[in-house]
Design a protein around this ligand. Structure first.
Ligand code: FNR
Length: 183
């Protein structure tokens, strides 16, 4: 089976972000024929439609990295019951200029970890709305609402025992989902 390349976008800029840790641990659970790159979104300017005809280098880079990927994984915290502002900013940037969205048709997967009990469920639902509008087929099941509790990660940064099987299975299903959509 041929190699596929997945871009990961983390919706938190926090240095010790649980979502960043999850994104890093996730890549270790993928089959050998999958490569990953985390797309950086922290250096993007605030989106301004006036700049659509002269997008910043960081925006051009963002769009090129999305276009180069077979699929996207979003790993985002929940901020005030929605996705983080930095993630929405990145999504808006890469959706423009009108008619030149980088997102169209890219198969997506969503995970999120939160200190709250619902594990980013509301944020993920909002993100699903956005991705539907952007014409991104998004894996529906299994939902990955992850609660940041003791033991989620082991001392090496891998997913701890309690969640390892679930996340491994999520990754395997996501890779199958991407292959189906790029076939
Ligand atoms: C939060 N947090 C949070 N948690 C949650 O479950 N639901 C929510 O609506 C919110 N809202 C929220 C707003 C803002 C502005 C912040 C800073 C935080 C808590 C959040 O889950 C926690 O800070 C996580 O650690 C954020 O993810 P990272 O940065 O660890 O990946």
């Amino acid at each position: 089976m041929s190699q596929i390349h997945i871009a990961i976008i983390v919706g938190s800029l926090r240095q010790d972000s649980f979502n960043l840790k999850l994104a890093k641990a996730l890549t270790k659970l993928a089959p050998a024929d999958v490569t990953f790159k985390q797309i950086q979104i922290g250096d993007l300017p605030l989106y301004n439609q006036d700049d659509d005809t002269n997008q910043a280098d960081s925006v051009t880079r963002l769009k090129a990295e999305i276009l180069a990927a077979h699929g996207l994984i979003f790993v985002s915290p929940e901020y005030n019951r929605s996705i983080s502002g930095v993630l929405k900013n990145a999504i808006d940037h890469a959706s423009r200029p009108y008619g030149q969205s980088a997102w169209s048709g890219k198969p997506a997967g969503i995970l999120g970890v939160s200190v709250g009990a619902i594990g980013t469920a509301m944020a993920q639902q909002h993100l699903r709305n956005i991705l539907a509008y952007l014409d991104m087929p998004t894996m529906g099941q299994p939902e990955a609402f992850i609660h940041a509790k003791e033991g989620l990660f082991d001392q090496d940064g891998n997913i701890g025992e309690a969640s390892n099987q679930f996340i491994q299975s999520w990754m395997s299903l996501y890779v199958t989902w991407v292959r189906k959509h790029i076939a």
